[in-house]
Design a protein around this ligand. Structure first.
Ligand code: FES
Ligand SMILES: [Fe+2]
Length: 387
């Protein structure tokens, strides 16, 4: 967001605050509980998420030519590389010999050696060394390449598609949200790490926890609510994506300060829902990604939580400070949001109550679920009948 946009949302937030209200929809929405438990719908959702462009991390995870990183994307093991030509590529992280994972973690290398029998690959996916190559035909060994997935960099993030050969058009996917994401220059922010949460929670229920701040006063009474307001949100949609702006308590201290002295990010947090399964939270100091993937059944999901720091991490003190912020947010999501969502999921699975209510004050929830249901209906016109 540029400064004019930030000033505009801050004005809107201050108005909501003054009127003791929040952005509202016209009506509430009843969401069938079965949407979180039904295996048929879940299978359709997995298909939909798999087909979407996948934001899998920050550009700076591959900071220079000759670097690599591995990712797990809905169970697909992915090897990302930046070869000498500077281009980002993605491959299945599966050795052509006997299917060992070729690389782990991330690092700098011009070649990667499989840990099993040491077949080596360059960063364009080509096999460049086979010990004892007389044991293999060339087409199964030295002439082989790793299957390549579509990959791109956009708005400072790494993106890929899970279908080899499929088109990956991230700009089209993001639409009007694209230029806004680009304006943050996330490509210059410094990644701090990746934490994984496997939870007995439907993937949508996990994403739902980021889609309103109505729950802050209760679920986060001793954490986020000490610095952020509850049930006060500026909402905007961008096609299938949306943006929430959560005012911090400090918004009450602006007083009569003229607008040109405002520092909006000292008083606001910006949360993007990047359709269908990624949440991006931006503060004055960091940008966090939550990549939420459906698991192997409706009541399971995996979240990868990543953080990038806006400022240099060139001292031990700076890094320790950034890691402390990351840990704090992670523990809050794990021990407060996801702990409660686990209990919600158990209730949903009883089938005792037919629906959930998304209030007029929960426009992010309403938007996400309306968009997803609409998309599923287009994919499966016969199957899905609920609104
Ligand atoms: S499995 Fe990779 S070299 Fe054998
Ligand atoms: Fe929360």
């Amino acid at each position: 967001m540029n400064r004019d946009e930030l000033i505009d949302v801050m004005r809107r937030a201050m108005k909501l605050r003054a009127e003791q209200t929040t952005d509202m929809t016209d009506t509430e929405r009843l969401e069938p509980a079965a949407h979180y438990t039904d295996p048929e719908r879940f299978a359709q959702e997995r298909e939909l998420v798999r087909a979407a462009p996948q934001l899998v991390g920050y550009s700076r995870e591959l900071p220079k030519p000759g670097t690599y990183a591995v990712k797990d994307v809905m169970g697909t093991p992915v090897l990302l590389t930046r070869a000498k030509d500077g281009k980002v590529r993605a491959f299945h992280n599966i050795c052509r010999h006997r299917q060992a994972p070729i690389a782990s973690g991330c690092g700098a290398a011009q070649r990667l050696a499989c840990p099993y029998h040491s077949w080596t690959y360059d960063l364009t996916g080509k096999v460049v060394g086979v010990p004892g190559d007389e044991g293999f035909t060339p087409e199964q060994s030295v002439a082989a390449r790793l299957p390549e997935l579509p990959a791109a960099e956009y708005a400072g993030f790494l993106w890929l598609g899970l279908e080899p050969g499929a088109e990956l058009d991230v700009a089209a996917h993001l639409g009007e949200l694209g230029p806004q994401l680009e304006s943050w220059a996330f490509g210059t922010w410094n990644p701090i790490g990746e934490k994984r949460l496997d939870v007995p929670v439907n993937w949508k229920l996990a994403v739902d926890t980021f889609a309103e701040n109505y729950h802050f006063a209760t679920v986060h009474a001793s954490t986020f609510a000490t610095i952020a307001l509850s049930n006060c949100t500026v909402f905007d949609s961008f096609g299938p994506h949306h943006r929430l702006v959560f005012p911090l308590r400090a918004i009450d201290d602006v007083g009569d300060a003229p607008e040109d002295e405002w520092v909006p990010l000292d008083r606001l947090t910006v949360i993007y829902a990047i359709y269908p399964n990624v949440v991006l939270s931006v503060t004055a100091v960091n940008g966090e990604i939550f990549r939420v993937y459906p698991g192997s059944r409706p009541g399971e999901s995996t979240t990868f939580h990543q953080n990038a720091w806006r400022f240099p991490l060139d001292t031990a003190e700076a890094r320790a400070g950034a890691e402390a912020v990351f840990d704090y947010a992670h523990h809050t999501v794990r021990d407060e949001d996801y702990a409660l969502a686990t209990r919600l999921q158990a209730n949903l699975e009883t089938g005792l109550s037919p629906h959930l209510v998304f209030g007029r004050n929960e426009p992010g929830l309403q938007h996400r679920h309306a968009v997803l249901t609409h998309a599923l209906r287009r994919l499966h016109p016969q199957g899905e009948t609920q609104p």
